[in-house]
Design a protein around this ligand. Structure first.
Ligand SMILES: NC(=O)c1ccc[n+]([C@@H]2O[C@H](COP(=O)([O-])OP(=O)(O)OC[C@H]3O[C@@H](n4cnc5c(N)ncnc54)[C@H](OP(=O)(O)O)[C@@H]3O)[C@@H](O)[C@H]2O)c1
Length: 325
C-alpha cells in the first residue's frame, strides 16, 4: 500500500510517500480501507520529534481516520466487513491506505456522516469534549473563552461550548477567523493581535473574568488568561501551538481562586474507557442534531500529505484539514 513515511525525525518536508507492507488484522483487530485521514497539529510535532511519543522509525504518522472494514481478526464481535467506521490508531500509522486497529478504537459512522467528517471527530473534537466536560466541568450560563478558536480543537470547543449552554468568546489572530468562529456559534470575538487580551476578557465579562478558558495555544495568550480568570474558574491546558510552554506564578491561582487543569485525551481514553464511550454517545447525538459538526476547510491527496500538515502548522486552518488516500 501507499503511505506517508517518517524515515527519520526532522522536518515535515522530509516525509516520503512510498510503498509500505499492507497490515493484517490480528486477534481482536479490524482491517480498514481508509477513505479519509484527519490532520492534527500534533502530527507535525510527532515527525519533528517534539511530541510526547517517539515511535521507532520508519513509521507513518497520523492518528484519526475513517473508512470501510475490509477484514476481521479473530474474535471481533461488534463489527462486520463493509461497516463504515471512524477511529483512532493508538500507535500512529493512519497516513496510509489501510490500518489494522483494535475494535475498541473504532466507532460506527452514523448514516448522515461523510468519511471526511468521521475522520475529524476524534482528536480535535473528542479532546474538546473531554476538556470541557470531565476537566472543565463547564455549566450552562458560564463564560467560556476559547483560544485558537478557528483551529481544529478550538472550533470544536466553540461548538461543544454552545451545545453545553455556555456563553462562548472566540479568541483568534484575524478578523476573518473570528467571523468564522462566530458563524459556528461563538457569541463574541477578540482579535488578540489588535486588542490586549487581558483587558478584552475583562471587558467582555463585565469585570468578572472567564469561568473556563480553553487554551490550546499557550505562550503570551496563556499569560494573559492566567490574569483573567473568574473566582472558581478553570484554566484548561490543552496545547502549546504558539511554540512556548508557559510558566505560571502560582500565587495568581491563590489570589483569584481558580484551578489550572491539564487535559490529555489519549490517556483519558485508556484510563477512563467508560467515560470515553459515554462521551462518544453524546458527541454522536450532537452530530446528528447538527450541533457539533466538523467543518472541513481543505482536502489534500495522501501524496501531498506534507502540504496538508504544513497548512495546519502554518496557522492557516479554519476547522479541519483532511487527507484522502
Ligand atoms: N491535550 C490533548 O489531548 C490534545 C489533543 C489534540 C490537540 N492538542 C493540542 O492542541 C493544539 C491545537 O491543535 P489543532 O490540531 O487544533 O491545531 P490547529 O487547528 O492548527 O489550531 C491551532 C491554533 O493555534 C493558534 N496559534 C497561535 N500561535 C500559533 C503558531 N505559532 N502556529 C500555529 N498556530 C498558532 C492558531 O490560531 P490563531 O491564528 O487564531 O492564533 C491556530 O488556529 C496543539 O498544540 C495540539 O498539540 C492537544
Amino acid at each position: 500500500m501507499k503511505a506517508l513515511v517518517c524515515e527519520h525525525y526532522g522536518k515535515v518536508d522530509d516525509l516520503v510517500y512510498r510503498d509500505m507492507p499492507n497490515p493484517t488484522a490480528g486477534s481482536g483487530q479490524v482491517l480498514v480501507n481508509i477513505e479519509a485521514i484527519g490532520v492534527n497539529f500534533p502530527d507535525g510535532l510527532l515527525v519533528e520529534g517534539k511530541y510526547q511519543a517517539k515511535p521507532a522509525t520508519p513509521f507513518m504518522p497520523g492518528g484519526e481516520f475513517a473508512g470501510t472494514i475490509a477484514a476481521l481478526g479473530e474474535g471481533v464481535k461488534n463489527f462486520a466487513v463493509g461497516d463504515k467506521v471512524f477511529g483512532w490508531h493508538t500507535s500512529y500509522g493512519a497516513y496510509a491506505e489501510q490500518v489494522a486497529v483494535a475494535e475498541e478504537d473504532i466507532f460506527k459512522m452514523t448514516p448522515s456522516m461523510s468519511f471526511e467528517q468521521g475522520a475529524a471527530l476524534l482528536c480535535a473534537t473528542s479532546t474538546s469534549h473531554h476538556a470541557l466536560k470531565q476537566r472543565g466541568q463547564l455549566k450552562p450560563g458560564e463564560t467560556l473563552v476559547v483560544l485558537g478558536a478557528a483551529g481544529g480543537a478550538g472550533l470544536a470547543a466553540v461548538q461543544i461550548g454552545k451545545a453545553m449552554g455556555a456563553k462562548v468568546i472566540a479568541v483568534c489572530s484575524t478578523d476573518e477567523k473570528i467571523a468564522f468562529a462566530q458563524s459556528q456559534g461563538a457569541d463574541e470575538g477578540i482579535n488578540y493581535t489588535k486588542e490586549d487580551l487581558k483587558s478584552a476578557i475583562k471587558e467582555r465579562t463585565d469585570g468578572r473574568g472567564a469561568d473556563v478558558v480553553y487554551d490550546a495555544v499557550g505562550g503570551d495568550a496563556f499569560d494573559a488568561c492566567s490574569r483573567s480568570m473568574a473566582w472558581n474558574g478553570r484554566l484548561l491546558i490543552v496545547g502549546f501551538a504558539s511554540g512556548r510552554i508557559p510558566t505560571l506564578p502560582v500565587n495568581l491561582t491563590l489570589v483569584k481562586g481558580y484551578s489550572v487543569v491539564g487535559v490529555f485525551w489519549g490517556t483519558f481514553t485508556k484510563k477512563q474507557p467508560e467515560d470515553h464511550a459515554a462521551n462518544m454517545v453524546e458527541l454522536l447525538q450532537w452530530f446528528e442534531a447538527g450541533k457539533v459538526v466538523p467543518v472541513i476547510d481543505e482536502t489534500f491527496a495522501l501524496s501531498d500529505g506534507v502540504k496538508a500538515i504544513q497548512y495546519v502548522t502554518g496557522r492557516n486552518v479554519k476547522g479541519k484539514v483532511v487527507i484522502k488516500p
